[in-house]
Ligand binder design. Structure first.
Ligand code: AMP
Length: 115
């Protein structure tokens, strides 16, 4: 069994978070240490520790995370200016919370990720 992280407590609203969207499959909330004017984390309500643990059964939920991200980007007014969706996996990517999450980052020019 995977160990719960602080994100499970946010999903259950046991600790405070600035939740911008929640339904039966995903929760989205503002990152506590924003790297850009908009920095929101979109997570599955089901605990999946890393992208390596995603299975075919999770595909609908992961697709839903992207449609929710696009809706939030529109609400934030950054859908036309642009934004980046990032999922970090394990050490070399700097993953620190082992409950998969998609970073939605935008509201400024983010530069090119790869030159
Ligand atoms: P990662 O490096 O991809 O694992 O990113 C984890 C992210 O979670 C970081 O951007 C943190 O700032 C963010 N984070 C950690 N704890 C909280 C929290 N309680 N509420 C909101 N964001 C958090």
């Amino acid at each position: 069994m995977a160990e719960e992280t602080i994100f499970s407590k946010i999903i259950r609203r046991e600790i405070p978070a600035d939740i911008v969207f929640q339904d039966d499959r995903v929760t989205a909330f503002r990152d506590i240490a924003p790297q850009a004017p908009t920095h929101i984390l979109i997570i599955p309500n089901k605990l999946i520790p890393t992208v390596n643990d995603v299975t075919e059964a999770d595909e609908a939920t992961l697709g839903h995370m992207i449609t929710v991200a696009a809706k939030i980007a529109k609400q934030e007014g950054i859908d036309e200016s642009g934004y980046r969706l990032i999922m970090n996996c394990n050490k070399d990517a700097g993953q620190v919370v082992f409950h998969i999450h998609m970073h939605l980052v935008g509201g400024r020019n983010l530069g090119r990720l790869v030159e």
